[in-house]
Design a protein around this ligand. Structure first.
Ligand code: CP
Length: 308
């Protein structure tokens, strides 16, 4: 069996283009499995996986749990809001207690950037980062890139604009790393206050005019305004943001060219995307969600077989 170069999936920054290609090829196989009447394979029988979520999630958590169950793993779920974290238990104590119950892999979402990296230095289990604060969300970037490959046939040479709240987004950084490793050109677009100063150093184009970004790109990956991470006001109002940066079907149709519209979810309908854009023929948003299960099956399967 081919192996990943890493024991953990902490971020796209750490993995190679060959790792990404291997994940995609493995996901192709699992996508075939998911389209069969019997969707379950025994690949991770006797492997126990803990999904530990210190932040809210719908898509990522369900997608990982489904991927694990399709691979016949034993699954335990942990939600910080109903746990002893509320009584003051530390992250390391929490995870060590879970591992004492003989868990092989940990899928973790945490509000602090670097939390899964800290775990990886202290415990033996394979760690998968399911989103660490504003840092990285590697499986989201993998499923996004995989969905572009599926829709357009390839990623090399394609132009992808990531639009919206780049400053607070872990999806943006992981997408930039993944798309550049696969040979795409990447632009970020948003109000100047939502574009981090360091972003140009990653090699992306930087644009504040959304019309120019949409005219340039083959793919628009639109991000949510993350009000829950904003301690200060970065723009006057959501209404004004929607007026200047909201994407409608009318705007997409006026481009007079094919454009693929993506969003990692959850969508703020009427803010970054109008409902008629989100539900239009341009959008592949639910394809992204569908592909997430195959991508996560591939990551789990390959990490389970990686060198320890
Ligand atoms: N895309 C994504 O991470 O969604 P959730 O926050 O619902 O998991």
């Amino acid at each position: 069996m081919s192996k990943l170069s890493q024991k953990h999936l902490l971020g796209i920054k750490d993995i190679t283009p060959q790792d990404i290609q291997l994940i995609f090829e493995t996901a192709d196989t699992f996508k075939d499995v998911l389209n069969r009447p019997i969707k379950k394979v025994p690949s991770l029988r006797d492997i126990t996986i803990a999904n530990i979520f210190f932040e809210n999630s719908t898509r990522t958590r369900l997608s990982f749990e489904l991927a694990e169950k399709r691979l016949s793993a034993d699954v335990v779920n942990f939600s910080a809001s109903s746990s002893s974290v509320k009584k003051g238990e530390t992250l390391l104590d929490t995870v060590n207690n879970i591992l004492a119950m003989k868990v092989d892999m940990v899928v973790m979402r945490h509000a602090s950037p670097g939390a899964p990296h800290l775990l990886a230095r202290h415990i033996q289990a394979n760690i998968i980062n399911a989103g660490d604060g504003t840092h990285e969300h590697p499986t989201q970037a993998l499923l996004d890139a995989y969905s572009i490959r599926e829709k357009l046939g390839s990623i090399a040479g394609k132009k992808v604009a990531i639009i919206g709240d780049i400053l607070h987004s872990r999806v943006a950084l992981s997408n930039i790393f993944a798309l550049q490793k696969l040979g795409a050109s990447v632009m970020v677009c948003g109000p100047p206050t939502l574009l981090p100063k360091f972003i140009a150093q990653t090699g992306v184009k930087v644009e504040t005019d959304i019309q120019k970004a949409l005219a340039w790109c083959d793919v628009a990956n639109v991000l949510r305004i993350q009000l829950e991470r904003q301690q200060i006001k970065y723009f006057p109002s959501l209404r004004e943001y929607a007026l200047y940066y909201g994407i409608t079907k009318k705007i997409l149709d006026s481009l007079k060219k094919p454009i693929v519209l993506m969003h990692p979810g959850p969508i703020n309908r009427g803010v970054e995307l109008s409902s008629d854009a989100a539900d239009s023929k341009h959008a592949i948003i639910l394809d992204q969600v569908e592909n997430g299960v195959a991508i996560r099956m591939a990551v789990l399967y390959l990490l389970a077989g990686s060198a320890n």
